[in-house]
Design a protein. Sequence first.
Length: 230
Amino acid sequence: MFVKKFFGVVLLLTMLALPQTVSATKTDWYERNFNFRAIRTVIVLDMTATPGLDYGGPIALRSMQETFLNDSRKLKCNVISEQQARDMLSYQLGMNLNLLPLEQARHVIIDNAYRIADAWVLGNIENLANTYYVEPARTVWEQRRERRTYYDSWGNLAEEEYYVQVPVTYPPRRVDVTSIQVALEVHESRGGAPIFTRRDVRDREDYQAQGGMFGRISNSFFEDVGKRMR
């Protein structure tokens, strides 16, 4: 019994020490009349960010793009990156899309996506922020392990553990909060109509944890889209 109580206390303290999710909300919409199982090839466009947003610069965005592209393999279909789509369509259209500005080349890819794929995917970082709040001083009751010695019925000296409830006062502390909001879309290639959209909003008590949070957002998105394709 004492051992179970001890490990229960250790588990509770460990959970309190780890960064905790404050909130996580996913809002989905999908086209009920679309046959997701007919999708055989998907273009995964490079991640974008809302203009003016401090998302950490091109290196951070490229890292998220690599995560996004790697997670897209969960779709269990042929996945084409944006760069591959530029190269493939450059050959088919007889024009070098790599010489165009990225935004212009992307429009050409979207307009001609039906030539090489059944759908295309886009992700946009809508919000990314690091804030904090101050948690005031607090007193809580916690279990503390104690030891005591005693003489058993045979007169031998023995030792046992027991637990007592004691008040523990914690000083004020700064709590860092990481926030991220991502819009994710799947469009059918012929006509470009949306067939699956998601807005994923997450907050976490941690400092600059966007990388890990985005990884969970990306993984969840492609898992859920993949389920509709099977």
